[in-house]
Design a protein around this ligand. Structure first.
Ligand SMILES: Nc1ncnc2c1ncn2[C@@H]1O[C@H](COP(=O)(O)OP(=O)(O)OP(=O)(O)O)[C@@H](O)[C@H]1O
Length: 220
C-alpha cells in the first residue's frame, strides 16, 4: 500500500504555511518528516489525518484519491504532539479502550507493571508519552502517524520504541516526526525535510546541513 500527499496549500490568514508538498509513504517502510520549529510538520499531519482543512490537498492511496477525511476511512491512527489520554483514567482501562494488550506492553516495558491499577496522572510526562506512543503504535491500523513520539522519553525506552516501530512497519505505513532527529534518522527508511513550506526529499543526510536544518558538522 502506498500513501501519497500532494498539492497542499495551507494558509493561516495571509501567511502561507505549506505549498508544494509531496510525500510518498509506503507499507514496509518508515517515512520521517524533519523540520524546524513552526515549519508545518504538525499542520501537515493534521491535514493528512483530515482534521485540518487546507485550501488544496490531494491524498491518494494506491493512486486513488481519498476525497473524505482520512480518519473517516478507519485506516489511520494518529499520535498528536500533546497528551491525548484524559487524566483520571486507569492505565489498564486505556489499554482496554484501545484494544491493546497490557501484558505485551509490560513485557517490553517491565518497569510499568507497578502502574497497572494507577491512573495516568500518576505517571511522569515521559512515562505518559511511552504509554500514548505504544497504544497508538500497537492499535489496529494501516496508517500510523506519530508526531513527536520521543519527546521526554528516556534513552532506554527510546530504543525499545524504535524496535517496535521497526516491527510494526512490516504491516503499516508509518509517518513520524520529531526534533530528536537522530532517532528519526535511526528509525526512518526515507526522510523529507520541511523547509519554507515545501518538502525536500533527503537522499543524502549531508543535505540536512546544506539546507541549514542542522549546523555544518552536526552529523559528525
Ligand atoms: N490554528 C492556527 N492559526 C494560526 N497559525 C497557526 C495555527 N496552527 C499553526 N499555525 C502556524 O503555522 C505554522 C506551522 O505550525 P506547526 O505547528 O504545524 O509547525 P511544526 O513544524 O509542527 O512546529 P513545532 O516543531 O514547533 O511543533 C507556525 O507558524 C504556527 O504558528
Amino acid at each position: 500500500m502506498v500513501l501519497e500527499v500532494d498539492n497542499i496549500e495551507l494558509n493561516f490568514k495571509h501567511k502561507r504555511i505549506l505549498s508544494g508538498i509531496y510525500v510518498k509513504a509506503e507499507m514496509g517502510s518508515v517515512t520521517g518528516i524533519l523540520g524546524g520549529n513552526g515549519s508545518g510538520k504538525s499542520s501537515l499531519f493534521n491535514i493528512i489525518f483530515g482534521n485540518l482543512k487546507p485550501k488544496y490537498k490531494l491524498v491518494r492511496i494506491n493512486g486513488e484519491p481519498i476525497l473524505k477525511p482520512l480518519y473517516k476511512t478507519g485506516l489511520v491512527k494518529y499520535l498528536p504532539q500533546y497528551h491525548f489520554v484524559p487524566i483520571g483514567i486507569k492505565i489498564r482501562n486505556i489499554f482496554k479502550l484501545f484494544n491493546v494488550c497490557w501484558s505485551d506492553f509490560v513485557q517490553s516495558f517491565e518497569t510499568f507493571e507497578k502502574y497497572k491499577n494507577q491512573k495516568i496522572n500518576k505517571l511522569s510526562s515521559g512515562e505518559r508519552r511511552v504509554v500514548e506512543t505504544y497504544i497508538i503504535l500497537k492499535s489496529k491500523s494501516t496508517i500510523t502517524i506519530l508526531d513527536e513520539p520521543f519527546s521526554h522519553i528516556a534513552p532506554l525506552y527510546v530504543e525499545t520504541i524504535i524496535n517496535l516501530i521497526c516491527e510494526e512497519k512490516e504491516r503499516k505505513i508509518i509517518l513520524i516526526s520529531d526534533h530528536l532527529y537522530k532517532h528519526i534518522i535511526d528509525s526512518a527508511d526515507q526522510i523529507y525535510l520541511l523547509k519554507n513550506g515545501t518538502t525536500k526529499e533527503i537522499n543524502n543526510l549531508r543535505n540536512l546541513e546544506d539546507y541549514k536544518y542542522l549546523n555544518d558538522g552536526q552529523l559528525d
